[in-house]
Design a binder for this molecule. Structure first.
Ligand code: F0G
Length: 381
């Protein structure tokens, strides 16, 4: 129950567009309502006239966009009487699953790759009390195992193949339209399993229709099921642009990648679960896929942190890295309004942040003269 104007989460906010009833017990941690921050210093330095925003999904309760889908997936699992959830994860899904399971009072099993999970994410799954199963294999192997387990045991899968995940995640597109009054021209996202890019497209298709200009378009994902679209029709929708890490870029290769590698461990995925859907999103929206090298990803992470004060994790910076390149080349033309999703918070992966920071620490004696010297030597001239 909402009291006054107290924001209690995205299911309550967008209740009429989500599959819940008035009797559904909502499992929520106040997710959603993340800031859409207009970048100032980076576009100025670029010398390009673009309206560039980042949607900082790292400010969700467990520090990533996964909370949007998890609130609904766990709500529906509980409603269906499930006592346990399971997921394979590169880290963020497991953190969200563990937190929402704790909130719901149900069990949580997470299957994570050996050694390639950022420290913060592992800490989250552990402190929330999930059973953490670390396999000697990568995410794709974990995903295959989780699907088999869920066939044989009474556990609900909360990976993005659970349709409620995408339904929750579509609300990010609603928020962007609410904030801007229209869809952006381009929406850039990092792509792993491609669930999030698919969810955003569902959201844009549904929500743009409500604003009511007469352009006939329908979303092919809901098959006529979504509450608002059909009958009303769509106004403009963005071109959806998906960027992958070069070592884990099956959409660029046009085929699955068996041994994906990247510093952006969150998107170290070679066998995307939403493969067909993502190709459809690209075609329907007129967007494209591209890849960024690890160097480009880390440079964008650092640029954003150093020039705009926004700290996202490496995978998240992939959206900005790609967008900046496409703005520079003019593929994203001047005059465009662009949104980049920053999928997770930088604190998830402190090791990578510290490793790539030059001049990280000045170790000096605890004396005035030494501290003064360190300050004077580093004062901007
Ligand atoms: N960015 C971050 C920070 C992620 O954690 C993920 C996926 C993505 C982007 C890609 O989103 O899969 O919907 O295309 N992380 C999953 C996980 C795989 O297990 O946490 P996608």
């Amino acid at each position: 129950m909402n009291i006054g104007n107290h924001y209690i989460g995205l299911i309550e906010k967008y209740r009429d567009r989500l599959p819940v009833s008035k009797d559904t017990r909502l499992i929520s941690l106040g997710e959603g309502a993340t800031p859409l921050i207009r970048l100032q210093n980076i576009p100025r330095a670029l010398g390009k006239q673009v309206e560039l925003y980042v949607k900082f999904e790292g400010l969700n309760p467990t520090g990533s966009f996964k909370d949007r889908g998890m609130t609904l997936a766990v709500t529906k699992a509980v409603e269906a009487g499930s006592g346990a959830i399971i997921c394979a994860s590169t880290g963020n899904t497991s953190a969200a699953a563990a937190a929402y399971a704790a909130r719901a009072g149900i069990a949580c099993f997470v299957v994570i790759p050996d050694g390639k999970i950022a420290l913060g994410k592992l800490a989250q799954a552990m402190i929330h009390g999930a059973v953490v199963i670390q396999i000697q294999g990568n995410f794709d192997a974990g995903m295959a195992l989780v699907k088999q387990v869920a066939n044989e045991a009474p556990v609900t899968i909360v990976n993005s193949i659970n349709p409620f995940r995408l339904q929750g995640q579509k609300t990010a597109a609603f928020e962007i339209i609410d904030a801007l009054g229209a869809a952006p021209d381009f929406h850039c996202l990092p792509v792993g399993n491609a669930g999030n890019i698919t969810a955003h497209w569902i959201g844009y298709c549904e929500y743009s229709s409500v604003s009511g200009k007469n352009v006939t378009a329908a979303c092919t994902f809901c098959h006529g099921q979504c509450a608002f679209v059909h009958g009303a029709v769509a106004i403009s929708r963005p071109k959806m642009v998906g960027y992958q890490a070069a070592g884990s870029a099956p959409f660029l290769r046009g085929a699955m990648v068996d041994n994906p590698e990247t510093v952006a461990t969150a998107i170290r995925i070679g066998h995307p679960q939403s493969w067909d859907q993502a190709w459809k999103v690209k075609e329907e929206s007129g967007g494209w896929f591209d890849e960024c090298t690890d160097e480009e990803i880390l440079a964008a992470q650092k640029l954003l942190a150093g020039k705009e004060g926004v700290f996202c994790e490496p995978a998240s910076a992939t959206s900005l890295a790609g967008a900046l390149r496409d703005i520079k080349t003019g593929k994203i033309p001047e005059g465009s309004r662009v949104v980049c999703t920053l999928t997770g918070h930088g604190l998830k992966d402190p090791d990578t942040a510290i490793k790539q920071s030059k001049d990280p620490l000045h170790k000096v004696k605890a004396e005035l003269a030494a501290v003064k010297k360190a300050i004077l030597e580093n004062m901007p001239r």
